[in-house]
Write a protein that binds this ligand. Structure first.
Ligand code: SF4
Length: 62
């Protein structure tokens, strides 16, 4: 089964680091939380960098 990126919106503090690193995968919501807009894009981009760069560890593989 394919891995799926998930963001814990309780932890997310809206710094936008993940969006700037991986704009095809993450986007900001209107309440300043990040969300995953496309898991498909992760096969060819560098999502691990976004995971490692999140200051609150809110991004995980599931
Ligand atoms: S890097 Fe982490 S805290 Fe920053 S917007 Fe993304 S999920 Fe939220």
């Amino acid at each position: 089964m394919a891995k799926k990126l998930v963001i814990d919106e309780e932890l997310c503090e809206g710094c936008e680091t993940c969006v700037s690193l991986c704009p095809d995968v993450f986007e900001m919501t209107s309440d300043a939380k990040a969300r995953v807009k496309s898991n498909d894009a992760c096969d060819s981009c560098n999502c691990q960098e976004a995971i490692d760069s999140c200051p609150v560890g809110a991004i995980k593989w599931e």
